[in-house]
Design a binder for this molecule. Structure first.
Ligand code: ADP
Ligand code: MG
Length: 323
């Protein structure tokens, strides 16, 4: 019988990797990183995934490793920062080698894909909780903020929105998806691809940006408040996957406008920058779609393709308000 895995064996076995960029990684009281160049700023963000809240007990550990880092990389993407280093704080009910091996595999595969390195963290026993803090670098003054939108800007979104909500509805029993639709949409929910390359390409092109985690219209509301502007959104222009486009209209709208967990970028740019936006999208190999415009008049107006005004009943997810 093998001895149970201790805290320090666990850290050494699963979370200690040689560092390339950091001066000192896992193993001492602090990690050490070289200070950024004088013309750079450090972007920092934390995101936590809690069992029972963000994922169900029994969720695939490799997918959790991917998603825990992906949601953090999405925040770096939203400001146009280049991924640099991250820390991992883990609470686990037990030291289960099978779970740890899968989690580390999913985590490091995405970390390598985005050239970001794990430099430290904390490990404790407790209800399963995964908290990552990412550090990124951005040229001074070039971070894309929520507050930069101006009246007359086009409103753009990357990729497609709503698949994660479509998958969630199936898991919650709100509707039933066929096997093919399940396969397509569960992948979007469980393994979101952060739009890091697009965020970098949009520096100097977009005026304002954020990533969509709680629902397109809810997150747009954050951007509008920060920029003190309003917007008109064409619900029919919002890009849908083939799987979502095949759903009934009301369900499709709910998933696209109020669904969470998309991790697409929502951004604004002046109409004169349309070619530059297209070039950024091509450079990042990420499709983008124009879905509306920024107005001087506060508030959010939702229309359909014919210009008909729709009721905005699409509140997003709020951890303390949504049941
Ligand atoms: P301290 O006693 O200072 O809190 P710990 O004993 O918690 O340090 O951690 C020892 C080392 O292991 C530190 O370098 C810490 O950053 C690192 N570490 C702990 N947990 C993790 C983890 N889940 N992932 C990466 N590094 C970790
Ligand atoms: Mg500690």
């Amino acid at each position: 019988m093998t001895a149970p895995l201790g805290e320090f064996d666990l850290i050494a076995r699963y979370f200690t990797r040689p560092v390339r960029r950091a001066v000192l990684g896992v193993g001492d009281d602090c990690a050490l990183l070289a200070a950024p160049a004088a013309n750079e700023q450090i972007a920092i963000s934390s995101d936590m995934l809690v069992e029972g809240r963000h994922f169900l007990p029994g969720a695939d550990p490799a997918a959790l490793g991917h998603k825990a880092l992906a949601v953090n990389l999405s925040d770096l993407a939203a400001v146009g920062a280049r991924p640099h280093a991250f820390t991992l704080a883990l609470a686990l009910p037990k030291a289960d080698p099978r779970w740890l091996e899968g989690f580390a595999r999913g985590l490091f595969a995405l970390a390598e894909a985005h050239d970001i390195e794990l430099v430290g963290g904390d490990t404790t026993r407790g209800p399963r909780n995964l908290c990552i803090t990412v550090l990124g670098l951005v040229p001074r003054g070039q971070a894309l903020l929520r507050s930069g939108a101006r009246p007359g800007d086009d409103l753009w979104v990357s990729g497609t929105v709503g698949d994660a909500r479509l998958a969630l509805g199936h898991r919650l029993g709100e509707w039933t998806l066929d096997a093919q639709t399940q396969a397509a949409t569960f992948a979007r929910m469980d393994r979101p691809e952060p739009r890091v390359a697009l965020g970098l390409a949009l520096r100097g092109v977009a005026q304002a940006a954020l990533d969509i985690s709680d629902g397109l219209l809810a997150d747009l509301g954050h951007l509008l408040r920060a920029s003190r502007v309003g917007a008109t959104v064409d619900a029919d222009a919002c890009p849908a996957s083939a799987a979502l486009a095949a759903q009934p209209l009301q369900r499709r709208r709910l998933c696209q406008l109020a669904g969470g967990d998309d991790y697409e970028l929502l951004f604004t740019a002046p109409p004169a920058a349309r070619n530059a936006v297209a070039a950024a999208a091509a450079q990042a190999a990420t499709p983008v779609t124009r879905i509306g415009r920024i107005d001087a008049e506060p508030g959010l107006r939702l229309i359909d393709a014919s210009g008909q005004v729709l009721d905005n009943v699409y509140a997003g997810f709020d951890h303390f308000r949504t049941p």
